[in-house]
Design a binder for this molecule. Structure first.
Ligand SMILES: Cc1ncc(COP(=O)(O)O)c(C=O)c1O
Length: 387
């Protein structure tokens, strides 16, 4: 089996991640931050260690400004719905995932003005277009760091400078880049960073978070949920302390233990090493697919300008047939269709059929890529034309 669906979730997870989760349940299974006994303290220590690991990875000043969430979707909803009010203006791109688009469309119905800056057909965003969209000022610029359809990287540092000049904050959806590309919230000028734990960070499902940069005033961001935090229990009002303000209810301690181990695994291997490996895989993938007659690869076609996520279509053929046969006949696991990102597919011209998406990960080898490309060539050469 060749697993090429790392853009959906990474698999397999490093053994360290599995071990840390079993350890949490076996040796530290108390409720973190609640009771004062040893199992609760041990659990709290593991959760705090994970916060420190995430802060270190993203060069965030303060681990207490790492808010754990269920996933990137939860983190994006917290940032968008916590910050934006009727009358505010938010600027986004045309290649966003529905985790960004759906909350934004919902807020638009409540009176938030939404501007969607069109990206080019390869998914690239021209900073000049963003600058034009920001001429009237805005409260927030909200962009993904990389598309989950074409892997295209967006110019985050340039967007930060433009956002700040216009008086806006920058929210970055790093679902596709956390753990695979260097992310430095301070150097890149990111104000709010939403990440997921179960993709490049090698953690389990049910983990993710929102990093609030040092200068962001948390009093402007309302929590999505209010409830018990284990702190300031004498008050019936939600505490303002971070991260408690945004983390009501028992946290996913076992998941966070796995996330912390995943982040430490990524840091030990080195982001530059991971990125170098994935650039080599992406180059082989793009070149191999483009050499197959009838195949169109969508995206920037330059591995330095994208993640290891490559989408393709085949003239006259259904993506569902190709994905199904890659799995059934060759053991190559892909994802076909719209990838929860209809706006991105409209942008690259593949709506509503979508694409076949191959997404490599840190454990994928060049041999895996060669075999997968050979499998695509066989499926394409022997298929039936769609009617
Ligand atoms: C760009 C992007 N944003 C957000 C998400 C949502 O991530 P999660 O499933 O962790 O909520 C994804 C997941 O596929 C994604 O690719």
């Amino acid at each position: 089996m060749i697993y090429l669906d790392h853009a959906a979730t990474s698999w397999p997870k490093p053994p360290e991640v599995l071990r840390s989760m079993a350890d949490f349940l076996e040796r530290a299974g108390g409720n973190p931050g609640r009771s004062g006994h040893r199992l609760s303290i041990a659990a709290g220590r593991i959760v705090y260690d994970a916060r420190e690991a995430v802060a270190e990875l993203f060069n965030a000043a303060d681990p207490l400004r790492v808010i754990f969430t269920m996933n990137a979707t939860h983190a994006l909803n917290l940032a968008l719905r916590g910050l934006l009010r009727p009358g505010d203006r938010v600027v986004t791109s045309s290649i966003e995932h529905n985790a960004m688009m759906r909350p934004l469309r919902g807020l638009e119905r409540q009176g938030v003005a939404l501007t969607v800056v069109p990206c080019a057909a390869d998914g690239t965003l021209d900073p000049a277009d963003l600058a034009r969209a920001l001429e009237g000022g805005a409260r927030l610029v909200a962009l993904n760091h990389a598309s989950n359809v074409t892997g295209t990287l967006l110019p985050v540092a340039a967007a930060a400078a433009l956002a700040h000049r216009a008086g806006a904050l920058l929210l970055v959806d790093a679902a596709q880049t956390a753990g695979v590309l260097p992310i430095d919230v301070r150097a890149m000028g990111i104000d709010l960073l939403a990440f997921t734990g179960h993709k490049g960070l090698q953690g389990p499902p049910g983990t993710g978070g929102l990093v609030l940069a040092a200068g962001v005033d948390a009093s402007l961001i309302e929590p999505l949920m209010r409830g018990g935090t284990g702190s300031r229990s004498e008050f019936e009002e939600q505490p303002d302390d971070l991260p408690d303000k945004y983390e009501s209810g028992t946290p996913n301690g076992v998941g966070i233990a796995g996330l912390g181990a995943g982040v430490r695994f990524v840091m030990a291997r080195g982001i530059e090493t991971i990125r170098g490996h994935e650039v080599a895989l992406t180059r082989a993938l793009i070149e191999g697919l483009r050499a197959i007659p009838g195949v169109t690869v969508h995206g920037p076609l330059d591995p330095e300008l994208c993640t290891a996520t490559v989408s393709f279509t085949v003239a006259g053929r259904r993506v569902s047939e190709i994905g199904y046969r890659l799995d059934e006949e060759h053991g190559v696991l892909t994802r076909v269709g719209l990838h929860c990102a209809p706006a991105a597919h409209r942008t690259i011209g593949t709506f509503p059929e979508g694409t076949v998406r191959l997404a490599a990960g840190m454990f994928t080898t060049l041999d895996d890529i060669r075999e997968a490309v050979a499998a695509v060539a066989t499926v394409v050469a022997t298929g039936t034309v769609a009617t």
